[in-house]
Design a protein around this ligand. Structure first.
Ligand code: ZN
Ligand code: ZN
Length: 677
């Protein structure tokens, strides 16, 4: 009786053999990779990482606009972890089951393909691994046995340089999907309008089928072939248990997309501005907020339709978040695709005359220099500043007017006089410090008319400057790209002057408030200023609350004037509408009075500190230790001889009958003007 033979594994004898085999295999692999390098050269870097299509995203990473890559391809980079896991498993199951185990080449698959091809007398099967397919995508070679050999060498080389997941990622980013679509991210975006991390089985199967024969299976051109190829993949996935029988039944009945989906075109002008700032993956995360942008686009569009009836064709809008300086919405024209009205021109960046919109900054600066306080009277009479004689928009003069009323009524003479008084510290210096692009020359070049809008500014920089009033006088640059860090702000105005200007600009009873809104109850609380350029070419409205600053420009891109172009009537209503929506669903905060701002009693006429001769006083807001403290010199008391009506001095008063009367003594130039009018 013989003993049953037991197969024993003699590890001590097998180990050296295995080790030797492994060393030989590794040696062959290295030799192949080295041979590849000698024969076909190093890996073509440019083909491995072709230029991506620029994509501009909103601040939460949602796409706003896509641009074709430099070579006119749609190609969006996607990392492997950004793909639906079923897509990855399906690709491997269908194309290369042993992907994770082979060294780039699968000899069994190659052998089978060779047998099939020899039997058929032509090439019907490639036997290519995913790695070899990546190799084929890198270089265009004719379909010959020589090319196949080159691909095999390239595949070894790829396996030597990259991990399996990296090779998979290369495959999904380089594979062709028909027409100018390269990579699975562009394919799922253009065929399904989706990102490739959330796909259904039918979509996944089509994406697996397409790269094998992208031109004959393009669903937009050959839907029938696409469907057949897709369903073959689905059958395999069901057979392998990657999808359930139920999923399979539903998927095979799903229609293939008949055409490419339209790519979104949101914030097209902002996207244009950021296109050149994409990272190596082609992306740039902007500060735009998708919902706010869409909301503003829709509001501006419907507002523009009303303006178009009156011959006003263009408009622009900028919305800045005060706290961060982030531009959350930017619109350069009502309709980007309206060629006739130059819709592609970004009016938010166009230098236009700002009209009266610079005046708040003038008064803020004058408040800070102690030149004015809100009730202080300023002359409003014809005045020559050198050759320059400003007039008011209504061609009238008021004699004297308080600073408050001068700002509310946007009067020109008091503004020019203050600008002259401020010299190097006037509005010119504010615009220069705020980095206004078109303020490049010295003060004399612009002259005093700069303060009335005699210069070019763009809506974006103007809105940015207004945001500094909302921040209590702190100016900071706007931010367009999300990862741009916030730079520390600069103090342009004091908290006190910012607060006083804000209080004045948030009054409703004033000529530049849109008529239709004056009587409206439940108005949004907003500090706003309007402006109309001379010749009625531009209408502006800029407003802010503690959270937001919004700028609206209305006009024609070709600069044509229009009698209807008045800031109050054509720009401000849109601004109020948007502020009304912005405050919905939250409790609107308002600015707190800073401790350095208080109230005092001043002469009701002159606005100076009330003296013993002033008959009436009124309250005004002022800045401690800054606002002027001169006592009223308008009201003066004189003793009048009852018999002659002449003024008496204390000496000749003796023994005569007299009355003490209070007179108003106007400044000389005002008195002269009053006499003449
Ligand atoms: Zn007085
Ligand atoms: Zn006398």
């Amino acid at each position: 009786m013989s003993e049953p033979r037991i197969w024993k594994i003699h590890w001590n004898r097998l180990w050296p053999k295995l080790a030797r085999a492994a060393i030989i295999a590794a040696g062959l692999f290295l030799a192949a990779a080295l041979g590849a390098r000698l024969w076909i050269g190093p890996l073509p870097e440019a083909s491995l990482h072709p230029p991506p299509s620029p994509v501009v995203l909103d601040h939460k990473g949602r796409p706003l606009r896509f641009f074709l890559a430099a070579d006119d391809q749609w190609r969006f980079y996607v990392p492997l972890k950004g793909l639906d896991p079923l897509l990855v498993r399906a690709e491997i199951a269908f194309e290369d089951r042993w992907f994770y185990y082979h060294p780039g080449v699968n000899p069994f698959a190659l052998g089978r393909a060779l047998r099939q091809n020899l039997g058929a007398g032509r090439i019907i099967s490639g036997g290519s691994t995913l790695t070899m397919q990546v190799a084929r995508m890198l270089e265009h070679r004719p379909r010959t046995y020589g090319s196949k050999l080159a691909e095999i060498f390239r595949a070894f080389q790829l396996e030597l340089h990259y991990s399996k997941p990296e090779i998979l990622e290369l495959y999904f980013n380089l594979a062709p999907y028909g027409g100018n679509i390269q990579g699975v991210a562009a394919a799922s975006r253009l065929y399904f309008g989706k990102s490739p991390d959330r796909l259904g089985p039918a979509e996944i199967a089509l994406l697996v089928a397409l790269p094998q024969s992208p031109e004959t299976r393009r669903p937009d051109l050959h839907p029938q072939a696409a469907r057949v190829a897709r369903n073959r993949v689905l059958a395999r996935l069901a057979a392998r248990g990657l999808i359930s029988a139920d999923e399979y039944r539903r998927a095979i009945d799903t229609a293939v997309p008949k055409s490419r989906t339209d790519l979104p075109v949101i914030a097209p002008h902002m996207s244009e501005m950021l296109k050149s700032r994409v990272d190596k993956n082609g992306c740039v995360v902007s500060t735009i907020d998708l919902e706010l942008q869409l909301f503003c686009e829709q509001k501006l569009k419907s507002h523009s339709r009303k303006l178009a009836v009156r011959g006003i064709k263009n408009a622009a809008l900028v919305l800045i978040e005060n706290k961060t300086g982030a531009v959350r919405a930017l619109i350069g024209s009502p309709d980007f695709f309206d060629v006739q009205s130059q819709g592609q021109v970004n009016a938010a960046l166009a230098a236009r005359s700002p009209g009266s919109t610079l005046k708040p900054f003038l008064y803020a600066r004058a408040l800070d220099r102690g030149l004015v306080s809100p009730a202080l009277l300023l002359p409003d009479v014809p005045t020559a500043f050198g050759d320059y004689e400003p007039e008011n928009y209504d061609d009238t003069f008021r004699g004297m007017v308080s600073m408050h009323d001068a700002l509310v009524n946007s009067l020109n003479v008091p503004a020019v006089a203050l600008e002259a008084l401020l010299k190097e510290e006037g509005v010119w210096s504010i615009l220069r410090d705020a980095e206004f692009k078109s303020i490049r020359r010295d003060r004399n070049y612009y002259g005093l008319s700069l303060v009335l809008g005699g210069c070019g500014v763009n809506l974006l920089e103007l809105t940015k400057l207004y945001a500094s009033l909302a921040r209590g006088g702190i100016w900071m640059p706007y931010r367009l790209v999300d990862k741009e860090s916030m730079v520390p702000g600069k103090k342009f105005f004091s908290r006190g002057s910012s607060y006083i200007i804000t209080e004045i600009l948030s009054e409703v009873k004033r000529p530049d408030f849109p008529n239709e809104f004056i009587t409206a109850t439940n108005l949004p609380l907003v500090a706003l200023k309007t402006g109309t350029s001379s010749g009625r070419k531009d209408a502006w409205s800029i407003g802010y609350d503690p959270e937001w600053t919004l700028g609206v420009w209305v006009g024609n891109a070709d600069g044509a004037g229009n009698p209807e172009l008045v800031g109050a009537e054509s720009a401000a209503p849109l601004l109020l509408e948007i502020f009304d929506a912005l405050r919905k669903g939250r409790r609107q905060q308002w600015f707190e009075r800073p401790p350095e701002v208080g109230f005092r009693q001043v002469c009701a006429l002159s606005g100076m500190i009330a003296g013993p001769n002033c008959p009436e006083t009124r309250q005004e807001m002022y800045i401690y230790n800054v606002s002027p403290t001169r006592v009223c010199n308008f009201h003066q008391k004189f003793d009048i001889d009852s018999a002659t009506g002449y003024r008496l001095c204390s000496f000749c008063r003796q023994g005569r009958k007299y009355q003490t009367k209070t007179f108003v003594r106007w400044p000389e130039e005002v008195a002269n003007w009053m006499k003449a009018n």
